[in-house]
Ligand binder design. Sequence first.
Ligand SMILES: NC(=O)c1ccc[n+]([C@@H]2O[C@H](COP(=O)([O-])OP(=O)(O)OC[C@H]3O[C@@H](n4cnc5c(N)ncnc54)[C@H](OP(=O)(O)O)[C@@H]3O)[C@@H](O)[C@H]2O)c1
Length: 236
Amino acid sequence: MSDLMRTVLVTGASSGIGRAVAKELLRQGYFVFGTSRDCNQFETSHSHFSPVEMDFSKLSLLAEQVKQLQTKQPSISVIVFCAGYGRFGALEQFSYQQINSLMTVNFTAQAVLARAFVPSFKKKGRADLIFMGSESALQGRRQGAVYCASKFAVRGFSQALREECAKSQVKVTLINPGMVKSEFFDQLDFEPGDDDNNYILPEDLAAAVSYILMTRPGILVDELVINPVNKMIKFK
Ligand SMILES: NC(=O)c1ccc[n+]([C@@H]2O[C@H](COP(=O)([O-])OP(=O)(O)OC[C@H]3O[C@@H](n4cnc5c(N)ncnc54)[C@H](OP(=O)(O)O)[C@@H]3O)[C@@H](O)[C@H]2O)c1
């Protein structure tokens, strides 16, 4: 099978980075399974696109759903983990439930999903796990205690998993973007500045994913840090 015919699972494919990744890979001829909590959110249909409804906050259901998906769709050999959200503020502004939910959606659900696919991925000629970390996976910052914790967890997980998979053809990559102009900021009180230099576009990350998937068998991209040239936050 040609690399361009590979089957990819993109989580969070209804919006922002995941949507751009799904669109770019469809354009290149990949088969794409895309997740959302509500598949009515997918704007267009495409003969190579299959919607999958999954809520990453519902871990008990998710474990069974991803096991079934892996069994029914054994051709999936790439997962691009884009589902996630941001909540910021001082720690005392978070309820227990909000802490739990952010860690669950941004980290634990990714581990559960990877857990379901890694055993079969290790038997394949090539497989890719591409996680969406953040600049918040690299440096803890004020107002970001829980979000940074969730992203540090993804980073530690991906580093360890990369080592675990080193003897197989499973490549584990982490992308750490700075601020991306997406719906991520819709519910937040800040966003990137308006100048082109102040933000990354979701399409920039889709291009990065595309590059990672095209690397030759003998190498892997372990981590990629991508930033706007001039970081600028605008408060709404
Ligand atoms: N935007 C940035 O500046 C930025 C920077 C660095 C890293 N990131 C990371 O990149 C990832 C994608 O962000 P984005 O900018 O693309 O945000 P976005 O435009 O808000 O998209 C988030 C996606 O995650 C899905 N999602 C959210 N909560 C979910 C849940 N409980 N269960 C399942 N899916 C859920 C959403 O799907 P539905 O709503 O359809 O379910 C949506 O498709 C996140 O992990 C984020 O932390 C973003």
